[in-house]
Design a protein around this ligand. Structure first.
Ligand code: VGL
Ligand code: ZN
Length: 230
């Protein structure tokens, strides 16, 4: 007899923080995503997780940290030497691992109002909160890890421990932290990864992220009604 697997559904709510909704790095139409996300959180998931962008002042991703550079300009950043060395890498590896970085307005500074979850979302609605971008020299869009793999969160471990079969992702920004988190989630190959479009808003309104997500093996669910019907 064929075995049917009972789904274990988990939710990841990405960076639903004041600065991304109404603050210094607000996404277009930001406030309109609050109600859909609120509604999705109430659905019967086995576990709910949230990520928060949580930068120290002077973070490497801030334009203000790079005198002479303009907002939204691109610059190249390299892995911090002490972290690379702690991970067994050398100077050559550091030199070869430069990354293009968009320079953002100051945002989500640890302990400030802009870094709080947007009202009415509350931390106690979640089983755990992943803080990212906490190292001054490391940018991390993904809630799983930074692009160099120097700082890895416990999210993958938590999801594996729960035996999650389906991970649903919502939040902001669709073309940065939602996208990178979903791509990493799909790479883990331990569950099916879905992004629920009605619960996502992006920095750019071009919508390029959706094809990228599909190519990465992420499932796209357009509406909450579709999600409920599953
Ligand atoms: C994000 C830009 C800078 C995001 C974080 O949450 O998508 N975007 N930091
Ligand atoms: Zn950030």
């Amino acid at each position: 007899m064929a075995e049917t697997q009972t789904p274990v559904n988990a939710l990841l709510v990405v960076d639903m923080q004041v600065d991304f909704i109404t603050g210094s790095l607000a996404v277009p139409d930001g406030p309109s995503v609050i109600d859909p996300v609120k509604e999705i959180i109430k659905l019967p998931f086995h576990a709910r997780y949230a990520s928060k962008d949580w930068h120290p002042r002077g973070h490497i991703s801030f334009a203000s940290t790079h005198p002479g550079k303009a907002l939204f300009e691109l610059t190249t950043i390299h892995p911090p030497q002490h972290l690379a060395i702690a991970n067994g890498q050398n100077a050559q590896w550091i030199a070869e691992h430069g990354l293009e970085q968009v320079l953002w307005p100051d945002h989500c500074i640890q302990g400030t109002l802009g870094a709080q979850l947007v009202d009415p979302l509350l931390e106690d609605q979640f089983d755990a909160i992943m803080l990212k971008g906490t190292d001054p020299g490391v940018e991390s869009y993904s809630a799983f890890k930074d692009p160099w793999g120097l700082l890895i969160s416990n999210l993958e471990g938590l999801l594996r421990e729960k035996g999650v079969t389906d991970l649903y992702i919502v939040g902001v920004a669709g073309d940065y932290c939602v996208k990178e988190s979903a791509i990493d989630a799909a790479k883990a190959c331990a569950w099916k990864t879905w992004v629920v479009r009605e619960g996502v808003r992006s920095v750019s309104t071009e919508g390029k992220e959706w094809d990228i997500l599909k190519s990465a093996g992420v499932g796209i669910i357009d509406t909450i009604s579709e999600l409920k019907a599953r």
